[in-house]
Write a protein that binds this ligand. Sequence first.
Ligand SMILES: NC(=O)c1ccc[n+]([C@@H]2O[C@H](COP(=O)([O-])OP(=O)(O)OC[C@H]3O[C@@H](n4cnc5c(N)ncnc54)[C@H](O)[C@@H]3O)[C@@H](O)[C@H]2O)c1
Length: 438
Amino acid sequence: MTDNAPNSGILERIRTRQARVGVIGLGYVGLPLAVEFASQGFDVTGFDVDHSKTSQINAGRSYIPDVPSATLSAAVLAGKLRGTLDMSQLGEMDAIDICVPTPLRKTRDPDLSYIILAVEAVAATLRRGQLIILESTTYPGTTDEVVQPMLEAKGLKADVDFFLAFSPERVDPGNQSYTTRNIPKIVGGVGPASTEAASALYATTVDRVVSVSSTRVAEMVKLLENTFRAVNIGLVNEIALMCNKMDIGVWEVIDAAKTKPFGFMPFYPGPGLGGHCIPIDPFYLSWKARQNGFECRFIELAGHVNASMPQYVVERVAAALNTVRKPINGSRIHLFGVAYKRDVNDMRESPALDVLELLHKGGAELSYSDPFVPELRHNGRMLRSADLATALEPPPDCGVICTDHSLFDYDAIVKSGTLLVDTRNALKTYQSPTIFRL
Ligand SMILES: NC(=O)c1ccc[n+]([C@@H]2O[C@H](COP(=O)([O-])OP(=O)(O)OC[C@H]3O[C@@H](n4cnc5c(N)ncnc54)[C@H](O)[C@@H]3O)[C@@H](O)[C@H]2O)c1
């Protein structure tokens, strides 16, 4: 674009790092992003409605495992990053990234209320030249059907007076190999000036920006990625149930299949889906598809299989206890790991909660260990994580590895001789009649 193009001002401010960047929603997505922008030399303000988050940021303390406190506090001490509850400061920002939650309602319909509140706050102080980017995962059409009219309500025009884009967040919490910098960023604007401005901003923090032709394409990319995972996990979970019936070890099958150098990608069975994305995002897509008279059969079927996995884990526990003539009722059952995946503290939608509930209903005496989750509310009472020595002395009647944290001492767990149901293949290298794999 030329010097008098509508976006030349924001492009120049990004290039010279003079752009002030605001990030709304300082959770698993927003905080790493804010720190990354600050480390690239931008002046960053993080906005949240949660006082404990903004005050921890201002004290230089991180509450997200992927963000080291040292990195956060260096940015805060250098005056490059601060947290605030004061949304009126949004008008001072040149670029604003919206990273608020997008949960489902009880009816499994999208809950856009967080996006709407955040966009209302942006609209209240919107001014010429600002770049607004939505990062929250949502259905195709949210940016141009919902966000754009709210921002244009006072007369400013998108792609001319201000710039608006959607850029899905692809962060994988706990992944050491792929982080904000080396995960390519998809960007789709409401017009070319918006795409260019948003791409320029991300090009400062990520190695590769992939621009697409519209906000709807960018929104759909994210939902395709997460639906692809949900459906493939559903498939491999069904294969695991099938293999069990045929007395075939599913893990060995997957390990062998993945030696094929093309046309196969390994997915692994487990106790069920967890986290804020994979169990939820496909239903954003099926909701939008229904509005257009289309039924997403793959999504529904995968959801059905994946939701049945906690019950299957309980069946494996019953089978394990059966070998020593014990019922679930009255047995002491210990869960190793309750977070939704390895080495994170995130409990959202964790399948361990369903496993706990089903075992509780079956009359088990329950306890758990999780180095990332010190306490857990279950059925109105607080459970506290037991250290491994306490958990194994005396050994429980049965242990269930729900999350394969790398901090667990698997040697000690196996040596305790307790019956073990391993839902993650964490005990791959161990052979013992006390181990029951998924
Ligand atoms: N966690 C992930 O791994 C991940 C990965 C990719 C995409 N996403 C998507 O990113 C979005 C954010 O997810 P997250 O995991 O960071 O959520 P989160 O719950 O960890 O953080 C969201 C933050 O937004 C704040 N917030 C809520 N309403 C607000 C408002 N009106 N104004 C300011 N702040 C507000 C909350 O207090 C919270 O701190 C979601 O759409 C999610 O689907 C998440």
